[in-house]
Design a protein around this ligand. Structure first.
Ligand code: ZN
Length: 133
């Protein structure tokens, strides 16, 4: 069903501070930053090999990333798997009884279509599936 790990989503308090570590220390370059209004996040994408790191800073005190940091601190927030057909993948997941956070795909950063699966159905990991055309 899924092809590869598209990216790892990491919740950070301060994107610019986090970029200093990823760019200056690890030497991974940020290729794009983007504000995704309906998720209340500012994202930065840093390609590494065949995958990417997505850094996520909340743009609001009540956004999902702010809540994640409040509860668990900074750290890995989600793992995103790439699919070819997100509509079909969601149908299949639903038919297998997987609890979905997003019944319908929505727009993520970089023009991708994304949907989240509920951690209760995935052994505790917030999983995103995403389709890029
Ligand atoms: Zn993501």
């Amino acid at each position: 069903m899924v092809n590869k790990i598209d990216h790892l989503g990491i919740a950070v308090k301060d994107l610019d501070e986090a970029l200093k570590f990823y760019e200056d220390v690890l030497g991974i370059k940020c290729v794009e930053t983007e504000v995704v209004e309906d998720q209340k996040v500012k994202t930065a994408f840093l390609p590494i090999g065949d995958t990417e790191i997505e850094l996520l800073e909340s743009t609001s005190e009540d956004g999902p990333i702010a809540r994640h940091i409040e509860k668990r601190g900074e750290g890995i927030q989600h793992i995103a798997f790439k699919v070819d057909d997100i509509e079909k993948a969601l149908e299949e997941l639903k038919s297998k009884g997987i609890r979905l956070i997003d019944e319908k795909p929505r727009k993520g950063a970089g023009g991708a279509m994304i949907a989240f699966l509920h951690p209760k159905s995935t052994h505790g990991v917030l999983i995103e599936i995403c389709q890029r055309d």
